[in-house]
Structure formats: C-alpha cells, structure tokens
Design a protein around this ligand. Structure first.
Ligand SMILES: Nc1ncnc2c1ncn2[C@@H]1O[C@H](COP(=O)(O)OP(=O)(O)OP(=O)(O)O)[C@@H](O)[C@H]1O
Ligand SMILES: [Mg+2]
Length: 236
C-alpha cells in the first residue's frame, strides 16, 4: 500500500476518509432498524414503529449525504469517472419516475412525460444519468408552494438529445442561474421548503453531464417556475 504523509492529506482527502468511516456504521444501523421494523425480533407498537421509521428515514438521508460528499471529493481529486455507452434516456427517465411515483403523489404533484415515438440512444453512464434525472425531478417536485405541475420533454435536436424539465414552482432568479450549480448554494425559499437539502445535487449533476460531454442550464418558465435542460450526444 502507498504510504501517505498524514500532514499532506488535502481537505477532499479528509472528507473522503471521514465519509468512508461513516459508511459501515450507518449500514449496520440501517440494517438493525429494518430488522426491528420487519417485526422479526418481536412485535412493535404504533409509536415504536413511528420512531423507528423516523430513525430509518434519517439514516437514509445521512447515507445519501455521505454518497454526495464522496462524489464531491472524487470530482475535486479528478477521480470521478463516467463509463460512457449507448443508453436509452427515455427508459432511464421512465424508471426514475416509476421509482419516485408514490413520493411524487404524496408531494401533491402531477408529472407528464412527452417524448417522440423514436428517440436515438445517447452516450452516457446509465447509473450516473439516473442520479441526474432523479435530482432534477426531486427539485421540480419539492420547490413549489402549490400543487405541482411538471412536464418533462425528451427530443432530438441535431446530433443531441435534450432532456427538458419544466415546473410551476418558486423559480430561480436569472442572476442565480449559474450560482445554483455551486456547492452548498441554496435559496431562502429552498431552505424553507426543504430544510434537509444539502445544495450538492446540481453541483454533482453538472459534473456528470460535463464529463459525459453534455451541457446543463436553467431558463425561466413563461409564467412561473423553472426550466432546466441538459443535452447529451446521440450515440447511434
Ligand atoms: N426546480 C427548482 N425550482 C426552484 N429552485 C431550484 C430548483 N432546482 C434547484 N433550485 C435551487 O437550487 C439549489 C441547489 O439545488 P441542488 O439540487 O443542488 O440542492 P438541494 O436540492 O438544495 O439539495 P440536494 O443536495 O439534497 O439536492 C436549491 O436549493 C434551490 O435553491
Ligand atoms: Mg436537489
């Protein structure tokens, strides 16, 4: 093993080491909470179920934050890698919407997906693009004050496929269109609507899209809300 002088470990390295140290204990706590909730260790009453479910939700949130911090330290160390291959963006989008469907309904939101009959495959890393789509959809669903209406459009323009997500939420002011991609940036509205967010999703999404040779940007929705678009190159 390569010996590293502890005094020379940079901040990203420290974050990475600490995050790795958190991963195993969190996985163990999550496992025990799931076993207790399953009732395999004895029946639990309603309030016990409530407390355990709450604890499990928070452990899941911490695991997610740790994954994000690990991604960031990899990005900053130049170690974040994408494995590009031909993938069907509409399949990934449909899968993400399916996985989130109960949560989307519970959050008082309707989502429609518009796509042509045939869409060429794009060059991307499926797991990583799934992460991007998930972050954009969750942002569109969360950052609103009334019933959410989200429209996702997939279309081919020249040699690229565009993913366009339009929402009717609180919106982002034009001067912050670039700022939202910086680490830990969160608007006042966002902090109020989703206190547990970390402001890392778009930073990571931008890194993924740019490593996939695409682009990601925000524009205003005509009346209210936001439009976020990313582009990826056609593979076929
Ligand atoms: N669709 C949207 N409508 C309004 N504001 C948005 C939208 N998407 C992003 N933002 C703003 O950009 C900020 C950064 O978004 P990002 O996804 O990076 O972080 P987050 O959602 O706050 O936390 P997390 O890291 O858990 O995703 C948000 O906090 C919010 O202020
Ligand atoms: Mg987010």
């Amino acid at each position: 093993m390569r010996k590293v002088d502890p005094g020379k470990i940079k901040m990203a390295g420290i974050v990475s080491i600490v995050s790795h140290q958190f991963k195993t204990p969190l996985a163990i706590i999550k496992g025990y909470l799931e076993v207790l909730l399953s009732g395999d260790c004895g029946e639990i009453n309603v309030s016990q179920r409530e407390y355990l479910s709450d604890a499990l939700e928070n452990v899941k949130r911490m695991s997610c934050l740790i994954e994000n911090l690990l991604d960031i330290s990899r990005i900053e160390e130049g170690q974040f890698k994408v494995k590009l291959r031909a993938v069907a963006l509409e399949k990934i989008t449909e899968q993400v919407l399916k996985n989130l469907s109960t949560w989307i309904k519970a959050n008082n939101c309707d989502i429609v997906l518009k796509k042509p009959k045939r869409l060429p495959r794009v060059l991307a890393d499926p797991d990583k693009i799934c992460q991007v789509v998930q972050n954009l959809v969750t942002n569109a669903v969360i950052y609103k004050t009334s019933r959410g209406k989200v429209e996702i459009t997939l279309k081919k323009v020249n040699k690229e496929v565009l993913f366009i997500c339009k929402d009717n939420g609180v919106g982002i002011s034009r001067k912050d269109f670039d700022r939202v991609f910086s680490k830990f940036y969160r608007s006042e509205d966002a902090i109020e609507l989703n206190p547990s967010g970390s402001g890392l999703g778009l930073y990571i999404s931008k890194a993924i899209i740019e490593l996939s040779k695409g682009k990601i940007w925000f524009t205003k929705n005509k009346k209210r809300g936001t439009v976020v678009t990313f582009s990826l190159s056609v593979a076929d």
